[in-house]
Design a binder for this molecule. Structure first.
Ligand SMILES: [Zn+2]
Length: 330
């Protein structure tokens, strides 16, 4: 039985497997520049962030209708459930879809078709987090938040993703203030490729409750101390770090040292179709390659639920946590 866990850092567009990409392309009459799923899978072996993002945005063109978004989310939830995920807080990138003429309602209601039935169908509870593309303007982010107004009952929080360097958190101060005023929870990618100061800014300027990645905090002892003291969760994505060359090898990943330092770490899959593994695969890779002790693995699973946005359902959180404590980590 796989480790029971929550997944807190997962881009739904990053779960598009070659087979589904081809199926949706055929359904929508979209021509993909790849002969077959094998050729496309080869292209998934990109070399750096840019080649990844190029492919990531190119493939999104197959997502057109509510049904497409529902199929995408449902495929992810089925895989996640099979790998022990009990709760998933799912990112989506509306700007990438709005820019090509797909409406906010199509995206959100499409995803919701799957999320709304996820508990009954897959036994996975869900939350939806709308991300702003940080390499787009602050005005565009604000317009995106406006466009989401009719759908806020479906959306738990906001996040910030895409190419980090040169796009500091402070660029999005106003849109985060507006999101907070609407009662939305706040997270942001920071300290993946960008410097540790971006983590501090995300906390102090954007008021985030979790830091996505946050890996580069290890360069600043005072920042590590603060994150430990304030119990700020970090949603680490070790397989993504290896594929995007943020770390050289999984064996050299700082996760064990970060746990030893007392940081509240979680492990997540980020863009699993592209980075070589879903939540359970990631957990297995970390267990095997980093040689974490059983109690460290339990800590990671426990943290995933403690860091999740389940404040409106503490009974459920308690049930998940009890499952973690009862699990035999070997
Ligand atoms: Zn991410």
């Amino acid at each position: 039985m796989p480790v029971p866990k929550a997944e807190l850092h997962l881009h739904i567009e990053g779960t598009l497997e070659p087979e589904l990409a081809f199926a949706l392309a055929a359904r929508n009459g979209v021509e993909l520049p790849y002969a077959d799923t094998g050729t496309l899978r080869e292209a998934y072996r990109f070399q750096d962030l840019k080649s990844f993002l190029d492919l990531y945005y190119a493939l999104m063109t197959v997502l057109r209708t509510e049904r497409d978004f529902a199929d995408l989310a449902d495929a992810y939830l089925a895989r996640a459930a099979a790998q022990g995920v009990r709760h998933a807080e799912i990112f989506f990138d509306p700007q990438a879809h709005l820019a090509r003429g797909v409406g906010m309602g199509t995206v959100v209601e499409g995803l919701w078709r799957a999320l709304g039935r996820s508990e009954e169908r897959h036994g996975v509870s869900t939350r939806l987090i709308m991300c702003f593309l940080r390499d787009e303007s602050a005005e565009s982010a604000m317009a995106t938040l406006d466009a989401a107004t009719p759908y806020l009952h479906r959306i738990t929080g906001v996040g910030l993703d895409s190419a980090e360097v040169g796009h500091p958190p402070r660029k999005f101060r106003e849109v985060y203030e507006a999101a907070a005023a609407l009662g939305l929870r706040r997270v942001a990618h920071a300290g993946e490729e960008g410097p540790p100061e971006y983590i501090t800014e995300a906390l102090d300027v954007l008021g985030v409750e979790r830091v996505d990645h946050g890996l580069r905090c290890v360069e600043e002892p005072a920042l590590v101390e603060r994150l430990v003291r304030e119990r700020v969760p970090l949603t680490l994505c070790p397989l993504s770090n290896v594929r995007l060359r943020t770390v050289d090898t999984l064996a050299g990943h700082p996760l064990p040292a970060m746990l030893d330092a007392g940081l509240m770490c979680t492990v997540n899959s980020d863009d699993p179709a592209y980075f070589g593994g879903y939540a359970g695969d990631t957990f297995d890779a970390v267990r095997e390659t980093l040689g974490l002790a059983p109690e460290r693995l339990r800590e990671l699973a426990r943290n995933s639920f403690l860091a999740s946005f389940l404040e409106d359902d503490e009974e459920r959180r308690a049930r998940y946590l009890a499952e973690v404590e009862a699990y035999d980590f070997g």
